[in-house]
Design a protein around this ligand. Structure first.
Ligand SMILES: Cc1cc2nc3c(=O)[nH]c(=O)nc-3n(C[C@H](O)[C@H](O)[C@H](O)COP(=O)(O)OP(=O)(O)OC[C@H]3O[C@@H](n4cnc5c(N)ncnc54)[C@H](O)[C@@H]3O)c2cc1C
Length: 218
């Protein structure tokens, strides 16, 4: 193997592979991986008749021409992948509540929470309003380049999720639901940018496509 490279990338996770794939269009790139398999957290594995993703449950921002879709498309990572947009983002089971959280249906999610915690309706509405405003301000920050027109970021920029929940919500069980995996901010993000699940299993195939040009050495 010729040992001269323009770029050396340590780690063949999705980050290293995509960067390597894009750079390799006009640079000589070496990607080094300490594990036997590439893919990092983006790998799938089989047990009996079932296929498991090591981490990826769904990918957001795959709308055509979005930044992420463009990067993955340029890297060849979306070729031959069947994506579905599930109606439910996820299901979580708490000791007293079994929740199926709808995708891209903020009103539906709010209504679900109202039905479980009717006495918290006003707080839920206020909390979602604050989170939505923070989300929108973050989204336009790269254009504004100043916090002057971002009153919610100025007010809550140093607050933790726990501070926000304390301000608007009284019931600890509702706080637990709102603080779970993909809490509200992330839920809002999914409302603006739908999440897709790669039906055929994300990674083995995808990684193979990304690294198809790679010269693999043990
Ligand atoms: C449980 C879980 C669920 C997730 N769910 C989602 C989801 O639904 N949607 C989503 O978009 N994201 C999800 N993520 C996040 C996503 O998996 C990661 O952001 C992404 O895989 C990170 O990729 P990476 O290339 O940056 O890092 P990694 O995947 O960590 O890859 C780093 C690679 O570098 C290698 N390496 C490290 N040190 C060295 C070294 N010194 N020399 C050589 N090689 C080295 C490692 O072996 C590894 O292969 C989830 C993560 C977890 C843990």
């Amino acid at each position: 193997m010729n040992k001269e490279f323009d770029v050396i990338i340590i780690g063949a996770g999705i980050g290293g592979l995509v960067a390597g794939s894009l750079l390799s269009k006009n640079k000589k790139v070496l990607v080094l991986e300490k594990n036997k398999n590439f893919g990092g957290y983006c790998t799938s594995f089989s047990r009996e008749d079932y296929k498991f993703e090591s981490s990826i449950q769904a990918i957001n921002g795959l709308k055509k021409h979005s930044a992420i879709a463009n990067i993955l498309e340029n890297a060849g990572a979306l070729a031959g992948i069947n994506l579905i947009k599930p109606k439910k983002l996820y299901r979580t089971i708490f000791p007293e509540h079994d929740l199926e959280v709808p995708q891209q249906d903020l009103e539906g999610y709010r209504k679900l929470l109202f039905s479980l915690f009717p006495e918290e309706e006003v707080g839920i509405v206020k909390l979602f309003k604050v989170m939505e405003s923070i989300y929108c301000e973050i989204d336009k920050l790269h254009r504004e380049k100043s916090l002057k027109k971002s009153p919610f970021l100025l007010k809550y920029g140093k607050s933790s999720l726990s501070d926000l929940l304390e301000e608007f919500i009284r019931d600890d069980k509702l706080k637990a639901i709102l603080a779970q995996y993909w809490c509200i901010e992330d839920y809002l993000r999914a409302s603006f940018q739908p999440r897709h699940f790669p039906i055929s299993g994300l990674t083995i195939r995808q990684m193979a496509v990304i690294s198809r040009k790679a010269e693999r050495t043990e």
